[in-house]
Ligand binder design. Structure first.
Ligand SMILES: NC(=O)c1ccc[n+]([C@@H]2O[C@H](COP(=O)([O-])OP(=O)(O)OC[C@H]3O[C@@H](n4cnc5c(N)ncnc54)[C@H](OP(=O)(O)O)[C@@H]3O)[C@@H](O)[C@H]2O)c1
Length: 290
């Protein structure tokens, strides 16, 4: 860090944002968290992290919150929230609001958490919103570090494998389960985001992937080896997955099946996270046993 810039993390009450805001505070950065007035942020206050209140759906609140901020770290998403928070109101329109507030507030640079496979023309609403926001950030003249992570190990493995199996259900996927994805640990993504929030200048796109390319069959086999439990794999049609898992998860499972999440060729750098699936599953098995 050349000097102590003021950094604000948007999405700091979330899982990735929570890791980043804590790491920035620990590194001695001047860091604030944007939180919604309705959200419990006591954990952040107790760490001495200053709060600014705002909601991505409320442009006026963002204008106030961005005042005097030099660096924004943007991790917020509605993917795991309920309406009225949706991909449209948060990941797309909410970020449009945030960009205009950032410019008025004097923000110079930002770290934006996009996703592998982002594309303004994607049929998937989340990846389409991410692609649009990437373009808008650059068009706004900000210095942007865009981070494109693979699917998170911490989200997809519990949701598709551990939780259903613990209920005695099969692993339900879209497609035949042979496409490979490089699941990445959230902590490995947080490390990259934190280091770029502290010191980057200029603009770049960074792909952050896990160390192994694994199909759902590979994941199931590894789980069986580690847990000693047999698991079944059930293939769903996209429509069936919408009914059983909801439209956001079903849509992203379809992207994982096409492996288009891994076809990223416009990146400037590739970071390979260190956390292997075996380590993640081993820790999960220990927790379940203890
Ligand atoms: N899951 C994956 O596999 C994956 C892969 C690649 C990239 N990513 C990206 O990684 C990022 C972090 O994901 P995560 O799983 O850590 O997220 P998360 O835990 O679901 O956190 C979401 C955050 O967004 C905030 N938020 C939602 N709606 C908001 C609104 N209207 N105004 C202000 N804040 C709002 C939430 O605040 P509240 O607590 O107030 O609701 C929370 O802090 C996201 O951008 C996601 O798209 C995820």
């Amino acid at each position: 860090m050349h000097r102590r810039e003021t950094i604000m993390v948007v999405g700091a009450t979330g899982r990735l944002g929570g890791l980043v805001v804590r790491a920035l505070a620990q590194a001695g950065a001047s860091v604030l968290a944007l939180v919604r007035p309705v959200t419990d942020a006591q954990g952040l206050s107790e760490l001495g992290i200053r709060l600014r209140y705002g909601d991505l759906a409320d442009r006026a609140s963002l204008e106030y919150a961005c005042h005097g901020i030099e660096v924004l770290v943007m991790t917020a998403t509605a993917a795991s929230r309920q309406p009225p928070d949706t991909i449209e109101t948060v990941d797309r329109a909410g970020y449009v609001n945030l960009i205009s507030a950032a410019l008025r507030g004097g923000v110079k640079r930002c770290v934006y958490i996009s996703a592998a496979g982002s594309d303004p023309a994607s049929p998937n609403p989340l990846l389409r919103a991410k692609g649009e926001i990437e373009r808008r950030l650059l068009a706004a003249g900000l210095e942007v570090t865009t981070i494109l992570p693979s699917p998170f190990t911490d989200v997809w493995i519990p949701m598709i494998v551990l939780d259903p199996v613990s209920r005695g259900e099969p692993i339900r996927i879209v497609g035949d389960g042979t496409s490979r994805n490089r699941f990445v640990a959230r902590a490995d993504v947080a490390e990259v985001a934190t280091s770029h929030a502290l010191s980057a200048s200029g603009s770049r796109r960074i792909r952050v992937s896990g160390p192994e390319a694994l199909s759902w069959h590979d994941v199931a086999a590894l789980y069986e080896r580690i847990s000693g439990r047999a698991v079944a794999l059930q293939t769903l049609s996209y429509e069936g997955a919408v009914t059983m898992l909801g439209p956001v998860t079903a849509g992203l499972l379809r992207v994982l099946d096409s492996a288009s999440a891994e076809n990223e060729n416009l990146t400037d750098a590739l970071v390979i996270g260190k956390t292997k699936l075996k380590t993640f599953l081993g820790k999960s098995a220990e927790r379940a046993a203890g």
